[in-house]
Design a protein around this ligand. Structure first.
Ligand code: GLA
Length: 383
């Protein structure tokens, strides 16, 4: 049964009539990884899978939420001490609290939600959930919070209720996503530009390694700390460096002996990656997909060897892509498992996918999942 119908049926059973339907999306990122919390550029787009929720104000002080995917019902109040135990409910609670902190009105509501973003695949199912509720609550209580702040509500939810010190990319893509376009976002100024993305003759395909790293969030936060250490060291010589993305490569060299080798490597990757996003945008405007693809391979190298957020499965998929003459391939999202994103010529697609489906399970003992990407709209009300 269609997700929307399942949500509606469950909603009627639990809460009766009424309610409005909202949705938001997961995201891909063509290039610009781990640059967002460094004030650099990212280049994401929303995709055609996400979270959908039906919501109705209930006239109480309680949120009553049902997750269809977890088949679980949770009730919680809206004060800080009411924090629910279930992780999925914490996202909703966090969004409510962050809205209230910004002066928004939030009162009790009933909701049923479900999603079709593969979990742990690096496609930001959590941002989709946050953005759906941030957007819906804003509309339902007529808070008139702007879209930038809605994205920040999701980001602060991760920081304050989920322990991940993430950047703004995922929530931004999920709120601002537009069908057929990628978004180049400057994460320092939040200036953004839509780039229609229709690579004629190519397909964008995600290969999900189905690897999930248990400690991904602490490893993620550690990467962020390394970057901040490096930026702080550079700032002593160059006070204009607010974020690592403001630093030049030679400035990083100047402090090489003053910071741990690990921090140096992380910073080296980030400074290179910020430039690669701009190069990819230029290449796209020329229709030069070979350069786009080459940059993706460079990013993978950096993420694997300098930033160290890849894993044997993702490195294998990347190498196999090269062997199959795939134009571009790299680990996508936070890393430590999840997907590679691949830019593949139409006539090589079948060959590549077959090679992956055959060789990956031989080596790692489990299959991959394959997702074709459709760039879609972000947060919205569904009629
Ligand atoms: C996760 C975070 C984002 C971003 C990416 C890496 O998806 O939520 O903010 O840092 O990792 O680019």
């Amino acid at each position: 049964m269609e997700m929307k119908t399942r949500i509606e049926e469950k909603f009627t059973t639990l809460f009766g009539t009424g309610g409005e339907m909202y949705a938001s999306a997961g995201r891909i990122n063509l290039i610009g990884e781990h640059t967002d919390y460094n004030g650099g550029y990212v280049f994401p787009g929303a995709i055609d899978c996400g979270i959908m929720a039906k919501i109705k104000v209930n006239g109480t002080k309680k949120v009553k939420a049902f997750s269809l995917d977890y088949d679980e019902y949770v009730e919680f109040g809206l004060e800080e001490e009411d924090k629910p135990l279930q992780q999925w409910a914490r996202y909703i609670f966090g969004v409510c609290r962050e809205t209230i902190k910004r002066g928004g009105k939030v009162e009790g509501f009933d909701c049923v939600f479900a999603g079709d973003v593969p979990l742990g695949a690096g496609l930001s199912s959590s941002a989709a959930l946050e953005s759906t509720f941030a957007f819906a609550i804003n509309e339902i209580f007529d808070n008139k919070i702007d879209k930038f702040e809605l994205a920040k509500i999701g980001q602060s939810t991760e920081h304050n209720y989920c322990g991940v010190k993430c950047g703004i990319m995922d929530q931004f893509a999920s709120i601002f996503g537009k069908s057929g376009s990628l978004i180049r976002l400057n994460c320092k100024t939040l200036e953004y530009k839509y780039y229609p993305f229709d690579p004629r003759g190519y397909q964008v395909v995600l290969i999900d390694s189905c690897v999930k790293h248990e400690l991904a969030s602490s490893a993620y936060n550690k990467r962020r700390e390394s970057c901040e250490n490096a930026a702080a060291a550079i700032r002593k010589n160059h006070p204009e460096v607010e974020f690592l993305s403001d630093a030049k490569r030679v400035w990083l060299e100047e402090v090489r002996d003053q910071i741990p080798e690990e921090d140096f490597l992380r910073a080296e990757y980030v400074i290179g990656e910020v430039q690669r996003v701009l190069d990819v945008c230029d290449a796209l405007e020329r229709g030069d997909y070979e350069t786009v693809g080459e940059m993706m391979y460079q990013t993978h190298f950096g993420l694997s060897k300098l930033y160290e957020v890849s894993c044997p499965e993702l490195d294998f998929l990347n190498k196999l892509a090269r062997k199959c003459d795939v134009t571009g391939s790299r680990v996508m999202g936070g890393g430590f498992g999840g997907c590679t994103i691949n830019l593949v010529k139409d006539d090589l697609y079948y060959n590549f996918v077959s090679a992956v489906e055959e060789q990956f399970p031989e080596k790692f003992g489990h299959p991959v999942k394959i997702y074709d990407v459709v760039i879609s709209d972000g947060a919205r009300k569904i009629s």
